[in-house]
Ligand binder design. Sequence first.
Ligand code: APR
Ligand code: PHB
Length: 389
Amino acid sequence: MRKPVAIIGAGPSGLLLGHLLKQAGVDCIIVERQAREYVEGRIRAGVLETVTTDLMHKLGIDTGLNANGLHEEGFNLADGERRIRIEITALTGKHVVVYGQTEVTRDLIDAAPERGLEIVFEAKDLAIHGADSDAPAITYSRDGIEHRVDCDFIAGCDGFHGPSRKSIPAPLVREFEREYPFGWLGILADVPPCHPELIYSNGPRGFALASMRSPTRSRYYIQVPLTDRVEDWSEDRLWEELALRFDSISERGVTRGPALEMSIAPLRSYVCETMRHGRLFLAGDAAHIVPPTGAKGLNLAASDVAYLADALIGHYRQGDDSALAAYEARALARIWKAERFSWYLTKLMHRFPEDGPFEHRMQQAELNYVAQSRAMQLAIAENYVGLPL
Ligand code: APR
Ligand code: PHB
C-alpha cells in the first residue's frame, strides 16, 4: 500500500494529526498496536487549553465537547488550610475546558469512518524502514499477515514507549530527563465533585488534586511513594485520605462512591529534542513527557500536531518545506515552556522526601507571595490556560 503519510499510534496526537491531514485533503493511515477498546478505555487527564479545543472545533468534532465540556474560569492552589483562587478568565480573558482525554479520543475515533480516515488497530511488530532515505516505509503484521505502507513521511505519534523515537540512532538523540520521587494515585468515581473548580493542594499530608469530569463524576489524586502499589490502597483508605485533605478547603466536602478506576502513575519530565530524523517526525508523548501537575500532556500533543499538520499541508499544497524544516524548533519553543511550568507547579505543590523544613518554608513563602501578588497570579494563569502557539 502507498500513502503520503503513515501515522504510528492512535492516541490523541495521531488521531488529531490524521483528521487534520484528511480535512486538508492529504491522505494518510493510522496504525495502532492496541485494540480500539483498550485505546478508548485509558483514563487520563481532562483539562483542555484553547489550542486543543480550537482543533476540535476546526475539525467539527465537537458535539460532545460543546455539550459536556465544563468551562472553568479559575482553579485553586491550597496549602492545607487556605485556598488561593487563580482567576484565569479575569486575568487572561481565557478559560480552560474540563473534558476527559478519554472522551476526546473516543470522539476522534468515532468520527474517523465518515471522514475516510483509516485506522488499523491491533497492528503488531511495527517496524520503521528508511526514515532518513527518500523512500520510507512502515511494516506491521495483523492477524498473522504482513503489511507494508510506503510513504513520503512517517509521523511518530506512538507515545513514550513506542518504536519511533527508539528508531533514531542513539548518537543523534538529544534528551533531557528528570524523575520525581513519588507517583500519583488516582480514583475516578460517579460522585459530585467536592468543589466547582479544581484544587491542587500541598497540605501537611502531601499533595492532592480534586478534579472532575462532569457535575456527577469526580477525579481525585494523591501523592504516594514510588514503592506503593494500588493493592496497598483500599477504596476506603483513599476516600479517608481525600476527606482529610479536602473537607476543610472545599465547598461540599468529599462524597464517596465506588471506584470506576484506580491506578498509580509515576511522574517524569522528559524531552527528546531530536523531533525529526529525515522523514520521521515525532509528536506528543513520543518526544516529551510532563508531570501531570498542570495538565499539559494532551495540550502539548495538540500544539505539536498543529505545527506538524501545518508543515505537511504546506509541503503538499504549496510545495513549501520551510515549515517542515522549522517544525522541531517551533515545537520545542512551546514544549520547554510547558515543561518549565509543569516542573514549577510540581516543585511548588508536592512534598519531596529529600526536602526539610527550609524547603517547606520556601514553598509556604511562594504560596504567600502568590496569594498576595496579582503579577504572580497572572504568570500562573497565563501558563495554565496555555501559552500562544
Ligand atoms: N505500534 C503502533 N502503535 C503503537 C506502538 C507500536 N509499536 N507503540 C505504541 N503505540 C500506540 C499506543 O498504543 C498508543 O495508543 O501509540 C499511542 C500513543 O498514544 P499516547 O500514549 O496517548 O500519546 P499521544 O497520542 O502523544 O498523547 C499524548 O497522552 O499519554 C498521554 O499525558 C499524555 O495527554 C498526553 C497524551
Ligand atoms: C484530571 O482531571 O485528570 C487532571 C486535572 C488536572 C491535572 C491533572 C489531571 O493537572
